[in-house]
Write a protein that binds this ligand. Structure first.
Ligand code: BGC
Length: 328
């Protein structure tokens, strides 16, 4: 009897052991599968190089296009691009973001340098710490950055000047709104513009003011200028939102006789060209800037030599070709 009980208990224990063993094997397999799945999802972001793109103003439509180009290149080359920038343009904020990117040891930095003397020490610091830097849209030529990607801004200013002198006839006083006093790209555009106007004695620049790249400020400054110089008959803007700001001012003052020339192809500028309210605009290639900057950084990291300057195209858009403008 006792033997029989023992045998039954042994059999029970054996089945219990078998149950625990099978359960153990199944859960181990399940855990291994989950870990593998987690590894798979974590792999792309952790092993992909991480670049940071720092803009002048996060939500500016011109910078959104640069970011779109950079993101498309990132997808193509299987890397990670983080797009950041101050909510409103601010050199201090932009420099803080640059410092943060250096501290977090990203694999590459693409940054607009608003002002050579303020940005150069930080760009050089990044390069010293083996974090490659490419400047975009506005250069820091005194720094040790790898390359500059963007418009040749002096030549673009000249193109704006030639566009004005070929389309505005007779004696003309010109009012100029630039994006920023601090920005070297804006200063270069202004110099290029002046160099053409100075060769044409019937044209004269009456005043220059800054919009701080804001459409509202462009409108306010243009209104002040037009009240102070009622003989101005041509207004030009050298950053993306200036021409639409100037248009607001001329509407407020009922001055539809003013000829307006601008920069870039934000939607409202193109619409105003179609409606004959803006005469022409010098269009840059922000999408190409973003794409090329990422592409060049990838090439550099793979050991290729890259050129110190990579100029993107500009062209004039007016009523005759505005319909050809796509979304780039
Ligand atoms: C300039 C940028 C600027 C933007 C502002 C563009 O024309 O190239 O430097 O940030 O306008 O709207």
């Amino acid at each position: 009897m006792t033997n029989k009980r023992w045998t039954i208990s042994l059999i029970c224990m054996f089945f219990l052991f078998l149950y625990v063993l099978i359960h153990f094997v199944i859960s181990t397999q399940r855990i291994e599968k989950t870990v593998e799945q987690l590894r798979q999802t974590a792999r792309p972001s952790s092993s992909q190089p991480h670049f940071v793109l720092i803009s002048q103003e996060f939500d500016n439509p011109y910078w959104r296009k640069i970011a779109r180009g950079a993101k498309d290149a990132a997808k193509y080359y299987h890397i990670n691009v983080e797009y950041i920038g101050p909510l409103r343009t601010s050199i201090d904020e932009q420099i803080k973001l640059l410092e943060k990117a250096i501290a977090s040891r990203v694999d590459g930095i693409i940054v607009q340098s608003l002002n050579d003397s303020r940005f150069t020490p930080f760009i050089n610091k990044a390069m010293d710490e083996h974090i490659p830097v490419i400047t975009i849209d506005t250069d820091a030529p005194m720094s040790r950055r790898l390359s500059y990607v963007g418009t040749n801004n002096f030549a673009a200013g000249q193109l704006l000047g030639e566009t004005v002198v070929s389309r505005a006839v007779g004696k003309k006083k010109i009012g100029v709104i630039i994006g920023s006093d601090a920005s070297e790209s804006q200063q270069l555009r202004l110099q290029g513009f002046k160099s053409v106007i100075e060769r044409h004695p019937s044209f004269k620049i009456a005043a220059v003011a800054s919009s701080n790249i804001s459409r509202t400020q462009a409108s306010i400054q243009a209104e002040i200028m037009l009240r102070a110089h009622p003989d101005i008959s041509v207004m030009v803007g050298t950053s993306a939102l200036d021409a639409v700001g100037i248009l607001m001012a001329t509407k407020n003052l009922h001055r539809d006789d003013i000829q307006i020339f601008g920069f870039d192809d934000v939607e409202e500028t193109l619409q105003a060209i179609q409606q004959g309210k803006i005469a022409a605009t010098v269009v840059q290639k922000p999408y190409d800037m973003g794409f090329s900057a990422v592409e060049l950084m990838v090439e550099y990291l793979s050991g290729k030599n890259i050129n110190k300057e990579h100029f993107t195209d500009t062209k004039v858009v007016d009523k005759t070709n505005v319909w050809m403008e796509g979304d780039r």
